[in-house]
Design a protein around this ligand. Sequence first.
Ligand code: ATP
Length: 340
Amino acid sequence: MKIRLDTVVKTFDTFRAVHGVSLDIESGELVALLGPSGSGKTTILRMVAGLEYADAGKIYFGEGDATDIPVRNRGVGFVFQHYALFPHMTVAENIAFGMKVSKVKRSKAEIDARVAELLHLVKLDGLGERFPTQISGGQRQRVALARALAVDPKVLLLDEPFGALDANVRRDLRRWLREIHDELGITTLFVTHDQEEALDLADRVVILNAGKIVQQGTPEEVCRNPNSAFVMKFLGDANRLSATVRNGTASVGGIGFAAPDVADGKAEIFMRPNDLDWSAEGGGVAAKILRVIDRPDGRRILATTDQGETLELDVAPETPAEAGNEGFVTVRRGRVFGAG
Ligand code: ATP
């Protein structure tokens, strides 16, 4: 089921949380809404769910106008971080709940068969008789997903479903969710403030800031072509150096960077830590090492330039570097934005 948001607005009292957002989600697509806290992600998801009504604009499910359809008639399944399971019901009863209260009547045998199928889908075969307190946090979220899927929703809505779990469990669950999505082909909207999660999981990432979409595209598009300093900084660690643009080129440490769309004058060059290298001699931006941090996959150098700008460099683990060393930062890649 395709979903379309057309200039949707939401205001709480006098505070506008969502500013005329328009968004198309194709049938079968997995879209991540990504943004910092307070950027409006949950509010948008709740409007799609029908848990919150838009003050202006329209929401379409397929060709139909769903803007005023209440949540129970929208055919959506949701999993929220804090949308707890019913503690007094077993895992199987939790999964069966939606089917039992649905307008669509099913026999007990049909419900039992569907529960067994869903337990298998979420890889919890044999755990149907346990209570929620007798399974792990990751397993509980898998039950929550099975419960959401039980009523064959047209759309699946997920709000930070793995937010409360530890990093390794989150990673496993997100791969698993992607597999389930590919198997079922259900249109899915996923809210997260975790960049890695969005990039790992989604077909398309929609980046929000202060209630507006600031960029959207495939993970490759947003990573390789961030369209603003905000997106560049939000998507991952970014270094910033001041520069001056002249005739479409910004230069730093003797290296010129193409800045065709940036007006002459003050600008900022942003670089990822692995866009930078360290050398004891040669050219580049003169700098002094403040700290060296060793990690399993490499070495991070914190250095400061003569202008007092701090840089973070990810270099090969064998790179000779010690606090106090003076040397040069070479820049392999950078992206220029006008200073704003
Ligand atoms: P987070 O990642 O912290 O959950 P979010 O991007 O999901 O953030 P929303 O929960 O959509 O953000 O909130 C957007 C803005 O709207 C915030 O400033 C929030 O304080 C405000 N807001 C949300 N719900 C309400 C409400 N019921 N009443 C008043 N303000 C609200």
